[in-house]
Design a protein around this ligand. Structure first.
Ligand code: NAP
Length: 319
C-alpha cells in the first residue's frame, strides 16, 4: 500500500505525478487543524510536503504515523525540530537550489535602495521628470563600498561573491564560524557584530531565525550603524526588531532599508515602512523565480521520497 502524503501547496504537474507514483496524495490548501477532514487525514499520514504553516508539538501529536516532513524552503523556523526528532520524524529541506537566486535578490535590494530605483521610476510614472534631474534625485554608489554580511552560510557566501567580484566591494562578515576560504577568496574579514555595524555601508542579513538571532538587530544595533548606511534583510523578519527599525529610519539613524522579510507576513498595508521613500519592501520574493521554485519543489519531492524509503543521502536537518 502506498504511504499517505499530505500535500499543502500546488506542485507542477510532472512533480505531482512523480509523487503520486510513490504516494497516495491528499491535498489541502493549508495546514489547518480546525478541519475534521484535515485532522483525520493527518492521523493516517506518513509524509507532509509544503511550505510554511506552524508545525509545533500539538500538530505533530495529531500525526501518530508521520515519518517525514519535507519543507519547500531552506528555513524551518516554523517547525519544532526537537519535537520531530523525539518522534524519529525526519525533517527535510531544500538548501543549495535557491542560494544564487536569494543572493541575486539581495544584490537587487542593495542596488534598488542605494540608487533609489523604485522611487525614481515612480517619479517618471507620476510625470515628475520634466527637465534634467537635480541633486535631490541622486543616489549613492554601491561599488567599492563596504558590505557587512551577518551570517556567512550558503547565501552569505553567494552574496559575498557578487559583491566582491561584481562590485569591487570590501567584505566584512559576522557569523559563529570564521571561514578561511571566505577570507582568502573575497579578501573578507571576520569581525564582531559591533565592528560590522560601525564600518559597513550595507548591512546584509542572511541569518536563520533562532532563539539566538531573534531581534539580533534592535535599537542599540541601529544606533551603531553609520547614518548613511542601509539595512538589507532577506534572512527572516524577526531577526530585526521592526519597531526599532522604523524608529531608526524615522530618526535618520540609518539611510534606508531593503526588505524581503517582515516580522509578520504578509506585511500590513498600514505599516509605516510602506510610506517611507527610502525603504524598498518586497513580498518575500527571495527565491521566487520560475526556475528556482520548480527546483525547490523537485528537491522537496525527491527529499520526501528518499525519507519515506529510508534512502536519505542529503538535505535532512535532524538525522
Ligand atoms: P546556512 O548556510 O545555514 O547559513 C546560515 C548562517 O547563519 C551560517 O553562517 C551560520 O553560522 C549563521 N548563524 C546562525 N546562527 C547564528 C548566530 N546566532 N550568530 C551568528 N551567525 C549565525 O543557511 P542559508 O542557506 O545561507 O540560509 C540562511 C537563511 O536565509 C535561512 O535560514 C532562511 O531563514 C533565509 N532564507 C530566506 C529566503 C527568502 O526568500 N528571503 C530564502 C532562503 C533562505 P555558521 O557558519 O557558524 O554555522
Amino acid at each position: 500500500m502506498k504511504p499517505i502524503v499530505v500535500l499543502y501547496q500546488d506542485l507542477p504537474e510532472k512533480l505531482y505525478k512523480k509523487l503520486a507514483d510513490f504516494a497516495d496524495i491528499k491535498q489541502f490548501k493549508t495546514l489547518s487543524l480546525d478541519s475534521n477532514d484535515f485532522r483525520s487525514t493527518l492521523a493516517n499520514a506518513s509524509g507532509l510536503l509544503g511550505a510554511g504553516g506552524n508545525i509545533d508539538e500539538n500538530f505533530i501529536n495529531q500525526a501518530p504515523h508521520l515519518k517525514a516532513v519535507s519543507t519547500v524552503s531552506v528555513g524551518y523556523d516554523n517547525v519544532d525540530v526537537n519535537a520531530l526528532t523525539k518522534r524519529n520524524i525526519k525533517l527535510m529541506h531544500t538548501p543549495t537550489v535557491l542560494t544564487d537566486t536569494v543572493a541575486d535578490t539581495m544584490m537587487g535590494l542593495v542596488l534598488a535602495v542605494a540608487r533609489r530605483i523604485p522611487e525614481l521610476a515612480d517619479n517618471i510614472k507620476q510625470g515628475l521628470w520634466i527637465k534634467g534631474i537635480t541633486p535631490d534625485w541622486y543616489g549613492t554608489d554601491v561599488h567599492h563600498k563596504t558590505m557587512g554580511i551577518i551570517g556567512m552560510g550558503r547565501i552569505g557566501k553567494a552574496l559575498a561573491q557578487r559583491a566582491h567580484f561584481g562590485f569591487n566591494m570590501n567584505i566584512l562578515y559576522h557569523s559563529r564560524t570564521e571561514y578561511t576560504e571566505v577570507n582568502d577568496k573575497f579578501t573578507a574579514k571576520h569581525c564582531t557584530l559591533e565592528t560590522l555595524l560601525q564600518q559597513s555601508d550595507f548591512v546584509c542579513i542572511t541569518l536563520p531565525l533562532t532563539p539566538e538571532t531573534h531581534h539580533l538587530m534592535g535599537q542599540k544595533q541601529f544606533s551603531m550603524m553609520k547614518p548613511d548606511a542601509y539595512l538589507i534583510n532577506a534572512g527572516r523578519g524577526a531577526v530585526v526588531d521592526e519597531l526599532a527599525l522604523i524608529h531608526a529610519l524615522e530618526q535618520k539613524e540609518i539611510a534606508g532599508a531593503g526588505l524581503d522579510v517582515f516580522e509578520k507576513e504578509p506585511l500590513s498595508s498600514s505599516s509605516p515602512l510602506l510610506t517611507m521613500k527610502n525603504v524598498v519592501a518586497v513580498p518575500h520574493i527571495g527565491s521566487a523565480t520560475k526556475e528556482t521554485r520548480y527546483a525547490m519543489a523537485e528537491c522537496a519531492v525527491d527529499n520526501l521520497i528518499a525519507a519515506l524509503s529510508d534512502h536519505i543521502k542529503e538535505n535532512c536537518v535532524n538525522f
